[in-house]
Write a protein that binds this ligand. Structure first.
Ligand code: AGP
Length: 372
């Protein structure tokens, strides 16, 4: 009913708007003002976490994209080697696991059969399994050694939105907590990240307040055949998420590339008028990365692409090469996916609506995939 949808026509629209609250609820009680993290509820002891020598993240679809982002954060903060793999590939390749391996299984529903089978396999190999899940008491957390719940509230729309942003929050919490229990010196960077994590709900709110032009843009592109997405560093999995949303909701061909890979083949796809969405890292700090992507934007634009650029507010360097510029708040690079994903969700949702699609129940898809 309309009441269940909070006055919106679709659950997805409501769930996009609920994201600031969902993130705040997921951080609540876990992140203190002083920067100490409390995750005792996870059921994994500090001792267990100190003995971890390798992390393997397994997940499907959007949850897999959260895992890809987690890898950048965990390796950078904790210096623990971290692999990420789609769950359906994992147990068929004889992966190397032992007691010192921490497997993190990310599943919104806790019921994806591919992820569940990978969890069972990992435990048979004696790895410790930590689930990140949004549904209390679902199968994956029940079969894991520990769990960190996201508190996004029920997500009805088939496309993952608020559960994705809260998975990211959970991944950051785990990365920072691992650093904390392993006694890693919390340098200025980590302290700053903890403080910034607490402000993410406000930043997402701000993005939601300013996405109006993204809706217009989406409507203007409803006849496009293909949209390409480019990113580097954590912007690459964000680009993958943008492409997945467009496929599942708008039934359009969409593909993401690591921007540095363009010259190794995909640049041949660029032709006059092709929409290319680019996620630009913050110009602060890792400016080398930023400058590299600015040249990637120039390269595709010189070949006729219509560039849709998602960049930090005040980043004037991209303006001359952007046909459409979407500004997002300035946050540390590793946290940028939380704000950069939101315009992509709105873009895909609006484009799908312009095509007359049901965004809550896209064709051929189920909310949780309980077959292998
Ligand atoms: C995301 O929009 C999709 N509906 C899908 O890729 C989903 O993320 C995937 O099936 C994994 O689901 P899970 O998180 O419930 O395991």
């Amino acid at each position: 009913s309309a009441a269940e949808k909070g006055g919106y026509d679709y659950f997805m629209l409501k769930e996009i708007v609920e994201q600031p609250r969902a993130i705040a609820d997921t951080l609540l009680g876990r992140l203190s003002v002083g920067g100490e993290l409390t995750l005792d509820e996870m059921r994994l002891s500090a001792q267990d976490l100190r003995s971890v020598e390798k992390i393997v993240i397994i997940a499907c679809g959007t949850s897999y994209h959260a895992g890809l982002i987690a890898k950048y954060a965990i390796e950078h903060w904790c210096r623990i080697p971290c692999e990420v793999e789609v769950a359906s590939e994992f147990r068929y390749r004889d992966p190397i696991l032992d007691r010192q391996t921490l497997v993190i299984a990310i599943s919104q529903s806790g019921e994806s059969m591919d992820t569940l089978m990978a969890v069972r396999y990992a435990r048979e190999q004696r790895a410790k399994v930590l689930a990140i899940c949004n549904v209390n008491g679902s199968t994956i957390p029940r079969e894991s050694d520990g769990v960190l719940y996201t508190h996004a509230g029920p997500e009805v729309g088939v496309a993952a939105t608020k559960t994705f942003l809260t998975q990211l929050a959970a991944c950051y919490l785990i990365g920072l907590y691992l650093a904390q229990v392993r006694g890693l010196k919390f340098g200025d960077e980590i302290d700053a990240v903890i403080a910034q994590l607490a402000t993410m709900p406000e930043h997402v709110e701000k993005v939601l307040d300013t996405v109006g032009p993204v809706r217009e843009l989406a409507r203007s592109l409803s006849d496009a055949d293909t949209v390409l997405f480019l990113g580097r560093h954590v912007g690459y999995p964000v680009a993958m998420e943008g492409a997945l949303k467009l496929k599942e909701l708008a039934y359009m061909h969409a593909e993401a590339f690591a921007a540095g890979e363009l010259k190794h083949g995909p640049i041949a796809l660029i032709e006059e008028g092709l929409p290319v969405v680019v996620v630009v890292p913050s110009p602060q700090g890792r400016s080398v990365l930023h400058d590299k992507i600015v040249s990637n934007i120039q390269e595709v634009r010189a070949r006729g692409a219509r560039t849709i650029v998602i960049a930090e507010e005040g980043d004037e360097s991209v303006r001359p090469y952007s046909d459409v510029l979407i500004e997002i708040p300035a946050v540390p690079t590793l946290l940028q996916p939380i704000v950069a994903t939101v315009p992509m969700q709105v873009f895909a949702c609006e484009l799908a609506l312009a095509k007359g699609n049901d965004v809550d129940q896209p064709r051929n898809l189920a909310k949780s995939v309980t077959v292998e």
